[in-house]
Design a protein around this ligand. Structure first.
Ligand code: FES
Length: 249
């Protein structure tokens, strides 16, 4: 397959960016989009040009490092699939495919397709943890949780922190990410201990760096972990609970 790649190149955070056009003539339908970038880099290095900087690690949808915008869509054309799981077969022979870094004010470009996503880490640092006293492992039935709650908590715990929801949001909001973390911990017994403090800290930090939510829902379509859109409502629910519940700790 022949594909024309338009790639965002930017030497550093303060450099001006530009698009570069390259042609790949030996792409195969089963290649992943990251393998397509590998192929391009092989070609660039053979010609003594700088390879394109992009992030990846697991290449199987677990780590969340592989975020790029493909033809304006976070991760690529297939809904709820990370870039490492998207394939060249989604494009037609001869098609132009544009790769850009995630576009969001809170994600400054570091180089080429790599952005700084530490804004998400700062939301977690503001309260996305539980404090559990170390000691003897408790019996398995000490902490009561229903099967349904455990399953729901696991659904929200699936967030891989890639930031696609932020890039998909026209406001650069991080509601889906923050709501997933708040919901996951609020549903588990050990996470309820610091529920109010967590909600206040994480929501305040989210609002410091990320935009508001207009409930468009693009974030849930882009999310490779299939985080349900109810996560957005959880942000306001947890925030209000922390404000009005006397026992909120
Ligand atoms: S490289 Fe780990 S999720 Fe894509």
């Amino acid at each position: 397959m022949r594909l024309i790649l338009e790639i965002w190149r930017q030497d550093g955070p303060t450099s001006e960016g530009r698009y570069e056009t390259h042609e790949i003539t030996d792409a195969t339908p089963e290649m992943s989009l990251l393998e397509l970038l590998d192929r391009l880099n092989h070609q660039l290095v053979e010609n003594d040009d700088d390879p394109v900087a992009f992030e990846s690690d697991c290449r199987e949808g677990i780590c969340g490092t592989c975020g790029v915008d493909v033809n304006g869509v976070p991760h690529g054309p297939e809904d709820n699939v990370p870039a490492c799981g998207q394939h060249v077969r989604s494009f037609k022979d001869g098609q132009t495919v544009r790769f850009e870094p995630f576009r969001a004010k809170a994600f400054p470009v570091l180089r080429d397709l790599i952005v700084d996503r530490t804004g998400l880490d700062r939301i977690i640092q503001a309260g996305g943890t539980v404090s559990v006293d170390a000691g003897t492992a408790p019996d398995a039935d000490t902490l009561q949780i229903t099967h349904d709650d455990a399953e729901r908590a696991l659904d929200f715990a699936g967030c891989i922190g890639c930031g696609a929801c932020v890039s998909a949001c026209p406001n650069g909001g991080a509601y889906l990410f923050t709501g997933a973390k708040l919901s996951h911990l609020a549903l588990t017994p050990h996470g309820r201990e610091e529920r109010g403090r967590r909600a206040r800290g994480m929501v305040a930090q989210m609002e410091r760096e990320f935009g508001p939510c207009s409930q468009i829902g693009e974030c849930a379509l882009a999310c490779p972990a299939d985080i349900p859109i109810e996560a957005i409502a959880a942000v306001n629910r947890e925030r209000l609970r922390a404000l009005f519940t006397a026992k909120a700790n």
